[in-house]
Design a protein around this ligand. Structure first.
Ligand SMILES: [Zn+2]
Length: 274
């Protein structure tokens, strides 16, 4: 797909949006959270799912959700840090899964890009998270880097899986495999990057069924164009939604309405900020 150069106007309110993946506990965001959430609301981003990456961090996102209307929590231990995880950490995550405003288990998954944590250990913890999500009837937030086949194989034992493949950056075949296992597909700022390499992602995006699509920031990482290089924050999910509308050739407001409805259904969020 050749991308036409077009003028990018200022970010306007696209209607109700949900940032389905933000690390609000990160020190780059935490201190400024009230202002960050106000900026998000100003462009229509009324709900945010804050994602834990360790046990301690998961306790923090639960606390942040308790403090802030419109913020919900996902609790889990991200695969790259598992080398430091203890059985006490797991007991803590299981306990946190029952806390108020916890709407998902994760992030969890597998990662062959960073090799700090042995792969069998990642697989064992991924399975634990999938069992916990199934037992609590919560969706699962899945991280996958350079190991799509391994992730699909692990998910197959639990299919259909209610959840999301977050920050998707794979091929059309890989997307189809994850969709077939029950997952939603979530796009982050990479969809907006001008690199040639991301043209492939922009070609995959229109093939995802509209009722299985989500958007996210992965704040503070992956800031979309035109804010690339700065600390990412939830309001910027509107840039990714706008790009997604463009590559799918549909009105921005319709795209925003659809992905917000998908997020509320998957995470069972209330219709209005809570
Ligand atoms: Zn993340």
């Amino acid at each position: 797909m050749s991308e036409k150069r077009r003028h990018v106007g200022p970010l306007t309110n696209l209607g109700p949006l949900v940032d389905t993946h933000a690390h609000l506990q990160d020190e780059r965001l935490r201190a400024e959270l009230p202002a960050i959430l106000a900026r998000a609301r100003a462009v229509g981003v009324h709900q945010v799912v804050a994602i834990g990456i360790t046990a301690e961090d998961s306790a923090e996102v639960v606390a942040i959700a308790a403090e802030h209307p419109g913020v919900f929590a996902a609790v889990g231990y991200q695969p790259n840090g598992l080398i430091d995880a203890t059985e006490d950490d797991w007991r803590r995550i299981v306990e946190l899964a029952g806390a108020p405003k916890v709407v998902a288990i994760g992030e969890t998954g597998l990662d062959r890009h960073w090799d700090r944590t042995p792969f069998p250990l990642q697989q064992e913890w991924f399975r634990r998270h999938l069992e916990l999500a199934r037992d609590r009837d919560l969706p699962v937030v899945v991280h996958c880097r350079d190991c799509e086949a391994d992730v699909a194989a692990a998910l197959a034992d639990f299919a259909p899986v209610r959840g999301v493949l977050h920050s998707f950056n794979g091929t059309r075949d890989q997307a189809e495999a994850f969709l077939g296992l029950g997952l939603h597909i979530s796009f982050a700022g990479m969809l907006t990057f001008k690199n040639k390499a991301m043209d492939a992602l922009r070609e995959v995006a229109p093939s995802i069924p509209i009722d299985r699509l989500l958007v996210e920031t992965d704040s503070p990482y992956l800031s979309p164009e035109p804010r690339r290089g700065r600390t990412n924050e939830p309001m910027n999910v509107a840039w990714t939604a706008r790009k997604l509308a463009q590559v799918r050739d549909m009105p921005e407001a319709d795209l925003a309405r659809a992905v917000a409805a998908n997020a509320r259904e998957l995470f069972r969020l209330p219709a209005a900020p809570a």
